[in-house]
Design a protein around this ligand. Structure first.
Ligand code: ZN
Ligand code: ZN
Length: 235
């Protein structure tokens, strides 16, 4: 949207920052409902980070304690932000209130990582829980991928499908792994993704169990590398 049209819309339909409530006129951080002040206070995760899952390292070298005990299916995961109260509120507003411009915010954060780490990889949205997708009428990871595609023209392939499972939120790590076993499947002709590097896209990283289940479904299709990018890491 051009700046003049945005300025007219800001006066005609005043929009407020989803985090602090201040009117966005004159202090917009971008084409999404966040002010510059709140945007500047979001905490980007910095190095040093685990070379596998991307968790911030405290004293360890290269690999976090968790990744020394178990191998993940992806080659590299990175989150843009830590899951603090601001990011939690932002993702809540995106998913529960369906504020579409926040999808553009998530997309911009992930595109920054995409261009640094996995330029050229095919975007594959992590399929959400079928009942949540049905209730909402849309899926958050697909929506973020769509916004990434609109912003930068990156290719998207919704290659995975998820069968009904219990909600991961209620479960511990071992239960999460069992709950997902065989429940995430390839939904496209393997020839569409064979020989490509892919990057899984999701909103929140918790234990990595969902990403690992996606990798199990993708590896047999002959993908070269599997990266994973999420908006926030909840450790
Ligand atoms: Zn604000
Ligand atoms: Zn790790």
């Amino acid at each position: 949207m051009n700046h003049r049209l945005q300025a007219v819309l800001d006066i005609a339909l005043p929009e407020r920052c989803v985090l602090c409530g201040r009117p966005l006129f004159g202090c917009r951080a971008g084409d999404f409902a966040l002010c510059r002040y709140c945007c500047g206070r979001l905490e980007w995760l910095a190095e040093p980070r685990c070379c596998s899952c991307g968790a911030p390292l405290v004293g360890e070298q290269q690999r976090c304690l968790d990744c020394r005990e178990r191998c993940h299916g992806f080659d590299l995961h990175r989150s843009a932000f830590g899951y603090d109260f601001r990011v939690a509120e932002l993702l809540h507003c995106f998913k529960s209130d369906g504020i579409p411009s926040l999808g553009r915010f998530c997309a911009r954060a992930l595109l920054k990582l995409y261009h640094q780490l996995c330029e050229g990889a095919l975007l594959v949205p992590v399929p959400g829980h079928p009942s949540a997708t049905r209730r909402r009428g849309w899926d958050q990871a697909r929506q973020i991928c769509r916004c990434m595609q609109q912003a930068d023209g990156v290719a998207v392939c919704a290659a995975l499908r998820r069968d009904r499972t219990r909600h991961q939120k209620e479960l511990g790590l071992v239960e999460r792994q069992q709950n997902l076993r065989g429940r995430i499947r390839l939904a496209v002709d393997p020839a569409l993704i064979a020989g490509n590097s892919v990057v899984l896209i999701d909103d929140v990283y918790t234990t990595g169990a969902t990403l690992d289940a996606c990798c199990e479904a993708l590896r047999p299709a002959g993908v070269v590398s599997i990266y994973a990018l999420t908006v926030a890491m909840d450790l």
